[in-house]
Ligand binder design. Structure first.
Ligand SMILES: NC(=O)c1ccc[n+]([C@@H]2O[C@H](COP(=O)([O-])OP(=O)(O)OC[C@H]3O[C@@H](n4cnc5c(N)ncnc54)[C@H](OP(=O)(O)O)[C@@H]3O)[C@@H](O)[C@H]2O)c1
Length: 273
């Protein structure tokens, strides 16, 4: 069993300046973990870090880092090594959404998403995991999404990156299952954070959102039970039922109708960078 109640190593949380990442940081601080918190917004990161170290009396290191840059995983790893304690938990949480017609998306945003959700996560896992295996303990949580369960028109690249994360996490979890290391794909549904504002997407029924706290509570209690896949919220169950009983092409059409932007758009013929 992954012992999260004993202060025995560093917990690294990416995207800790707000939302789900800040909640992971608070919950792990509460469990006595020294923390390395990563994001780009230094002021908010500092604020989150100061509150946690005041409330839970744990050491908090804050690192301002754009994880959508090449070499970010390496910088993260070097920073973690400088914290002078072994690496117990890595939460790959940083992410953002893109909403709209694919051909209207700036290429620079698509590239940043692929780097942040895929390349940096894979490279970080490759760097941190051997140390955990060597110690025969540790955990990596990759925050995916129920958006990874099905193709989603108008969020095509977001859904595809999250599908990658689910597959990657579950495959690795099986590879390392006798090593003492737990790998979890955390798949929240619609959660109250700034995510939707950043993505430019206003969900049609915002009343059915869960809190970031509920996501983290489910994820960490799942980790205590070595759960490799945690789904949080009603959207996961709906996707599951849809895909069991309806042909995939029909499900994608229904999802596309739900998600399609209401305002007419003009599709640009070229993709900007
Ligand atoms: N909210 C939902 O409904 C929902 C549902 C399913 C899955 N998720 C997933 O949950 C994760 C957290 O999202 P959230 O809902 O908490 O959204 P959020 O409130 O917008 O927080 C996103 C976090 O990611 C960080 N981040 C974004 N780009 C970054 C970059 N290039 N480098 C470093 N950090 C970066 C942000 O920090 P800075 O701005 O300081 O860099 C922020 O701390 C994401 O992976 C998202 O896909 C969210």
């Amino acid at each position: 069993m992954t012992d999260l109640n004993h202060p025995k190593g560093l917990a690294i949380v990416t995207g800790a300046s707000r939302g789900i990442g800040a909640e992971y940081a608070r919950a792990l601080g509460n469990r006595g973990y020294p923390l390395l918190l990563v994001g780009r917004d230094e002021e908010r990161l500092q604020q989150v870090g100061e509150n946690i170290s005041r409330d839970h009396r744990v050491a908090v290191t804050v690192k301002c880092l754009d994880l959508a840059q090449a070499e970010a995983a390496h910088q993260l790893f070097v920073t973690a090594q400088q914290c002078n304690t072994h690496m117990a938990i890595l939460i790959n949480n940083a992410g953002f959404g893109l909403y709209g017609t694919f051909t209207d998306m700036p290429m620079s945003r698509i590239r940043a998403m692929l780097q942040l959700h895929i390349t940096t996560v894979v490279e970080s896992t490759r760097l941190f995991l051997p140390h955990m295996i060597e110690r025969q303990s540790g955990a990596i949580i990759n925050v995916a999404s129920v958006a990874g369960f099905l193709p989603i028109p108008y969020m095509a690249e977001y859904a595809a990156t999250k599908a990658f994360l689910i597959s990657f996490s579950e495959s690795l979890a099986e590879e390392v299952h006798t090593s003492g290391v737990t790998i979890q794909a955390c798949c929240p549904g619609f959660t109250e954070t700034e995510f939707h504002t950043t993505a430019g997407y206003r969900p049609r029924n915002p009343l059915r959102a869960q809190t970031a706290e509920a996501v983290v509570q489910a994820s960490l209690s799942g980790l205590d039970r070595k759960q490799r896949h945690v789904t949080i919220g009603w959207q996961g169950w709906v996707s599951d039922i849809f895909s069991r009983f309806l042909p995939r092409s029909m499900v994608v059409r229904i999802v596309g109708k739900q998600v399609k932007p209401r305002t007419p758009h003009t599709s640009s013929p070229s993709v900007s960078t």
